[in-house]
Design a protein around this ligand. Structure first.
Ligand code: ATP
Ligand code: MG
Ligand code: FE
Length: 332
């Protein structure tokens, strides 16, 4: 079975080819244009997708050594994401499926982040918990089967990726700042500064308070020492990262305790964070969890995870018609 998958929900244009159970190619074109604006500009994102989609798909097919005519199905991200960005991938996938007269498969981007754990040989067993942490979402998902999952905890305001990026902005770091906070944090002391930890009931999160706490903290420090950020960047980054990771792990531990589930996975862009990866390994050892951490290339947005999710749907002949349209707020 040869499957082409397309991801275009935000600011990465990606295409991947899956042959039977193996990812054969995974081409990702990131959009650097947004850096100068300090965030993703939707109009520019969809324009960049239009420019990238044909060369990215052609590269993915060439890398996999699969001609278009050998494809058995086309998959695409239906949502959630930016409407204009989703439209480019959806329209392209629909046109190609129509032209080749092969089935079309819609994929939920957040489900795909979770199912990235089925790329390769080390897979969690059902049921497992997945902490999905990305630029737009923070969710604890109970996964009963590949296509049967339920959100049991989520953020009530900002996503944790947003908290990383907005904190980085306050530190005058370029967008997206999450990876830079991670890099500086490695040289810093995580206990140098304390930020108040917001407490949400149950398994839910809140990340808007921490951002405000950091803003006020920096403003007060800069009043007495204008060079404060430059002189303390590693310690500030390490402290912010430590706080965010603790907030995530507190709820993940509670979810594991309440459900009795011990196969624990992380997914999404923030799962690339080295502080989170280390803390999860350590907690897993303490509590007897089997911990699943994706390879770096499958953490942030990529079409390989869309292909993996689509494979499960292909096996159930779960196809959609040409009347399908993107869903910017798609849930599952
Ligand atoms: P969603 O999946 O919710 O629709 P998205 O697709 O934009 O959002 P991803 O591409 O999965 O999100 O993740 C991007 C986010 O991950 C950004 O907020 C980025 O800062 C963050 N991120 C990436 N690497 C790291 C890292 N090493 N440390 C912290 N954050 C990181
Ligand atoms: Mg992105
Ligand atoms: Fe994503």
């Amino acid at each position: 079975m040869n499957l082409l998958a397309i991801e275009s929900s935000c600011d990465e244009t990606s295409a991947a080819v899956l042959v039977d159970n193996q990812i054969r190619s995974n081409v990702i074109a990131a959009q650097l244009i947004h850096e100068q604006y300090g965030g993703v500009v939707p109009e520019l994102a969809s324009r960049a997708h239009q420019q990238h989609i044909v060369p990215v798909v052609e590269r993915a097919l060439a890398d996999a050594k699969i001609p278009k005519t050998a494809l058995d199905a086309i998959a695409f991200t239906r949502g959630p994401g930016l409407l204009g960005s989703l439209l480019v991938g959806a329209s392209f996938a629909k046109a190609l499926a129509l032209g080749l007269n092969i089935p079309l498969i819609e994929v939920n981007h957040m489900q795909a982040h979770v199912l990235a754990h089925f790329i390769g040989d080390s897979n969690p067993a059902f049921p497992f918990l997945c902490l999905t942490v990305s630029g737009g979402h923070t969710q604890i998902v109970r996964v009963r089967a590949p296509l049967d999952m339920e959100v049991i905890g989520q953020t009530q305001d900002d996503a944790v990726g947003e908290a990383f990026d907005k904190s980085a902005k306050l530190l005058n770091l370029p967008y997206p700042g999450g990876p830079l906070i991670d890099r500086y944090a490695r040289q810093g002391n995580p206990l140098a500064f304390r930020f108040p930890l917001a407490e949400m009931p149950g398994l839910d999160f809140s990340f808007s308070g921490i951002k405000t706490a950091i803003l006020y903290f920096l403003r007060d420090q800069i009043k007495t020492n204008p060079q404060f950020i430059d002189q303390n960047l590693p310690d500030i980054c390490a402290s912010i990262q430590y706080t965010l990771v603790q907030m995530l792990l507190t709820k993940l531990k509670r979810a594991a305790r309440e459900t009795g589930i011990r196969d624990i996975a992380i997914a999404g862009g923030v799962s690339a964070n080295s502080g989170l990866r280390e803390a999860l390994q350590k907690t897993g050892q303490e509590l007897g969890w089997r911990v699943f951490i994706p390879a770096f290339e499958y953490c942030t947005d990529n079409a390989a995870m869309i292909a993996m999710a689509a494979k499960f749907k292909f096996d159930q002949s779960d196809f959609v018609g040409q009347d399908v349209s993107p869903l910017p707020r798609m849930s599952f």
